[in-house]
Design a protein around this ligand. Sequence first.
Ligand code: SAH
Ligand code: SF4
Ligand code: F3S
Length: 437
Amino acid sequence: MLPPVGKTLYIRSWGCQMNAYDARRMAGVLAPLGYTQVPEPEGADLIILNTCHIREKAEDKVFSELGRLRPLKDKRPGTLIAVGGCVAQAEGALIQGRAPFVDIVFGPQTWHRLPEMVAKALKERVINTDFPAEVKFDFLPEEHAPPGPSAFLPVQEGCDRFCTFCVVPYTRGAEYTRPAESIMGEARRLVDAGALEIVLLGQNVNAYPGLAGLIEKLSDIRGLERIRYTTSHPLSMTADLIAAHRACPKLMPFLHLPIQSGSDRILKSMNRKHTSARYQRIVENLRAARPDIALSSDFIVGFPGETDEDFNDTIRLVSEITFASAYSFAYSPRPGTPAAAMPGQVPPGVKAARLAQLQALLNDQQEHYNRTFIGKVVPVLFEKKGKKHGQLLGRSPHGQAVHALATDGLIGTIAPVRITRALPNSLAAEPAPPKTC
Ligand code: SAH
Ligand code: SF4
Ligand code: F3S
C-alpha cells in the first residue's frame, strides 16, 4: 500500500475539556488520510475551528477567527476550512450566511465522519449537524494523536438537566453513557501510550451509573497513578462516590462541583433542583471523607431576577465554604434557552460590579489556599514545557498548576518538588530530593 500523501492540519479548539478531547480525536481520525498537525494556520491544507457556544463571548471568537482566516483562503483557495463544535451545532445556518467561504460545518457528534466530509468538501459544501444513530466513540482508529501524561477520557456525554441558562443540552444532545468495556479499553490504551493520569469526562460526569465502581476498576490498571473526574452535578454526588474519595488513593483530592448561585430563589429559577443547604451538606460529607479535598465551583452572577440580596447569598455561601479555586461568569443570555426570555434581565453594569466583587473574594480564597502550600513538598505530574526557558509545567494532587525549573526528563513523570511561592493562579516550585526515610 502506498503511504498517505503528506497534508497539513491546523486545529484550534475553545471551550471545555470535552472539546479538547474531541480535537485530539479529530487529529486521530484524519491521520490515516495523511494529515499531520501544524501549530499555525498559514499554509495548512485543512483548518478546523472547534467552537464553544456557552457564552456570547465564546461565540464571538469564532467569527473573529474566521475573519482572520479569510485572506488565507483567498490566497490559497484549495485550503479547506471546517467549523466544528457547539457553535456549529447550534448556529450552522448563521455560519453559512456570515462566512460562506467555510467548506464544512459539523457538530460535536459527527467528528468520526470527518474523512468522508473532507473528501466530499473538495467538490461541494458539507453540513453535518445530525445526532447520528451510530456512536462516534465506536469508530476506529482508536488513538493516533499521543495523549500526553494526563489524558481526557469521556465516560458520558450530553445533558438531560436543562438548566435554564445553558445551551449544552441542545448542542451536545441527550445524555449518552459509554459502555464500561469501551471506557476500560480506551483507558488501557491511554496508559500504554504513556498517560499517568486519566481525567474522566462528562457534561454531567457523575450521572454515569456506578462512577465509583468504575473509578475502583480503573485504579487496578498498573501504571495509572492519578484519576480525576469532571464536571459533576451536586444532585448526582452519591454516597458511594463521596466514599470513593476516602477509599481510593489514586482518586485525587480535588473536586469541581458547580453551584452557580448561593440563592435558593435563583437556584430554583435556574432549574438546578437543589438548595444551597443541600450543597453545603455535600461539601461537609466530602470533607468528612477526605479532609484535605480541594473544592472548586462555577458561579453565574446577574442571572435574570437576581437582586442584591440574592447576590449577597452567593457571597455568604462562598465565605462559608471557602474554595481552593473557582470560575465565575456574568450571565450571558443564550438563544433558545428559557432564561434568555425571562423578565428581570440584569443591566451589564450591575453584572460587572457583582462579578468583580465575587471574583475578588474567590481570588483571595485561592491565594490564601495556595499560600498554605509554601515550603511543602508536593508530588507534581509534569506535563509539558513552560513559557520560560528551562521551566516545566505540571499539576499538584490538589489540582494546582505548578511551575518549576527542572530538566525536560521530568516531563511525563511524577516528581517531588518544594513549593517556594504562591501566585494567584499557580504555585512556583523547585525540585526537592526524594524523602529518604
Ligand atoms: N455541566 C456543567 C457545566 C457546563 S458549562 C455543570 O453542570 O455545571 C460551564 C459553566 O459555564 C457553567 O457551570 C456555568 O457556570 C457557565 N455558564 C453556562 N451557561 C452560561 C450562561 N448562559 N452565562 C454565563 N455562564 C454560563
Ligand atoms: Fe448545562 Fe446544567 Fe447540563 Fe451543566 S447540568 S451542562 S449547566 S444544563
Ligand atoms: Fe462549550 Fe460545548 Fe463545551 S458549548 S463548554 S464546547 S459542551
